[in-house]
Ligand binder design. Structure first.
Ligand SMILES: Nc1ncnc2c1ncn2[C@@H]1O[C@H](COP(=O)(O)OP(=O)(O)OP(=O)(O)O)[C@@H](O)[C@H]1O
Length: 479
């Protein structure tokens, strides 16, 4: 299957050229206006049909890739789940975690066979009686969302028609995605209902919600609790903070989250989850969560072995673009996510990739949340194979088929130092639940080389140099 994508594009170019010459022949051989009109129409139909065939071919190629990678991945997950060194390893089965039969049906229906380590360790703590608080860290894509979704679905009493679990996520699209996981998992729990506290979801003021679980973003959840009085915070018995580090480290989120947190009853169970926790953020989390159980990774465990990390030396943005095209020539890439620092760069890259014939989606901060969610949905369904973005979706977004993440610009903090947490979240968009993934960093200056060194030191993990003009070397390194 190597080169499959590039060879399909080659065919597309050849067919396109043939089509152009045939149509131009047809046009020059006929001087009659009517005939010209017909010819124009024929050309249009011909081009449309061609485009349709090409789309179909690409779609079926992608489907084939997806099917192959699903089979390969099923085997890979089974191997990893039996390897005590893998974060997917577990000793217990879902049955042994004492999930209700309808939830067991839900997880098996989603294709899960065994729990991952975080699920195996966190679920007993989250379901213990009396309730226990938890601050938990686990590598990206290892099943944290699934773990706390199961905890909420297990926790609620379906007979009580009021909100009992509150889950907060940092972005609209992440709240939607988590909501979809809860809905899928709770498919066989018809009496458990879920409401989305996200922008645009208007509710009647004062009409108390009957949904037992509410998932939302901090601002809207806060409004629903205080301004609209849709939720009685005193009746909340489980509070989940997803991407907890960013929720307590970024000013706006922290203020809202703390305001919500203050209204909850003293005995409300607190569950904080993230793949990353800077030391200071961890200390702060421990201050606001009383007597927590703690699941914490060692620094060197934070990166996943299944994601291979590289850097490529490039001078200008044009070199980065060429390197990217070379990568496409050498790798079989189902879907890719590319991170840029500015909207301008993201727009330029999107245009350049589109001109090259790639199906590209652009996601950036100036879009409305609904537009952003629609772009992610199209990408998730495979309509676009490349997603170019600024930092807006570095966290949490779960698209299984992403096999390549490119840092077109490296993530830096306000002082220009390496932003290690963002780096980890970005590369974690690939290598989901045991899948293989590649992360490629474009290095365009001494400063960005220093950042690579900082990242290497921070995670104690080598980032390997890749020469994208040397196909043979590249194939050896990435195979
Ligand atoms: N036990 C399991 N067996 C098989 N697949 C699973 C299991 N648990 C979760 N998954 C799948 O693994 C993928 C990643 O899971 P999830 O999104 O819960 O990870 P996460 O740790 O929350 O990731 P992130 O840190 O990026 O937020 C999802 O596609 C999910 O459906």
């Amino acid at each position: 299957m190597r080169h499959a994508w590039s060879s399909s594009r080659l065919r597309l170019v050849q067919v396109g050229t043939a089509a152009r010459s045939r149509t131009s022949l047809m046009l020059t051989s006929n001087f009659c206006t009517k005939r010209k009109k017909v010819a124009r129409l024929e050309k249009k139909t011909y081009t449309k049909t061609l485009q349709w065939i090409v789309n179909l071919a690409e779609q079926s190629l992608l489907n084939k890739l997806i099917r192959r990678s699903l089979v390969r991945n099923r085997n890979q997950v089974e191997v990893l789940q039996a390897d005590p060194n893998s974060p997917l390893y577990s000793v217990k089965t879902f049955e042994e975690l004492r999930l209700k039969p309808e939830l067991l049906k839900g997880v098996y229906n989603m294709g899960f066979n065994r729990p991952s380590r975080i699920q195996e360790n966190a679920l007993p703590m989250m379901l213990a009686q009396p309730p226990q608080n938890l601050i938990a860290q686990s590598q990206s894509g290892t099943g944290k969302t699934a773990a706390f979704s199961l905890a909420m679905l297990s926790h609620v009493n379906p007979d009580n028609k009021w909100t009992q679990c509150l889950c907060i996520a940092p972005t609209y699209e992440l709240a939607l995605q988590t909501g979809q996981v809860i809905e899928q998992m709770g498919k066989f729990c018809p009496d458990v209902k879920l409401a989305y506290a996200i922008r645009g979801n208007r509710m009647e003021r004062g009409a108390k919600l009957q949904e037992q679980i509410v998932i939302g973003t901090p601002g809207t959840v806060h409004d629903w609790c205080t301004k609209y009085k849709l939720i009685d915070p005193k009746k909340i018995t489980m509070f989940v903070l997803d991407e907890a580090d960013v929720m307590i480290a970024t000013q706006g989120h922290r203020d809202q989250s703390i305001r919500i947190h203050r209204q909850l009853p003293m005995n409300c169970q607190m569950l904080f989850f993230s793949a990353t926790f800077e030391d200071s953020v961890w200390r702060f989390a421990e201050q606001i969560v009383p007597e927590p159980n703690i699941i914490r990774l060692k620094r060197e465990e934070e990166t996943l072995d299944t994601i291979k990390q590289f850097y490529v030396n490039c001078k200008e943005k044009e070199d980065k673009f060429t390197a990217l095209c070379n990568l496409y020539g050498a790798l079989t890439i189902a879907q890719a996510m590319i991170f840029c620092r500015t909207r301008k760069m993201a727009a330029w890259l999107t245009e350049s990739l589109t001109k090259e014939g790639h199906q590209v989606a652009l996601l950036s901060g100036e879009m409305t949340v609904e537009q952003r969610a629609a772009v992610i949905e199209r990408f998730r369904s495979g309509k676009e194979k490349v997603l170019v973005t600024t930092n807006v979706c570095s966290r949490g977004i779960d698209v299984e088929q992403v096999s390549l993440v490119v840092n077109f610009d490296l993530p830096v903090d306000l002082d220009g130092n390496a932003d290690n947490e963002t780096y980890l979240h970005r590369i974690g968009r690939t290598g989901r639940f045991g899948r293989r993934g590649f992360a490629v960093n474009m290095v365009d200056s001494q400063h960005s080389m220093d950042i690579i060194k900082q990242i290497e030191m921070h995670f104690d993990r080598k980032i390997i140099k890749l020469d994208t003009s040397n196909l043979e070397e590249m194939e050896n390194l990435i195979s």
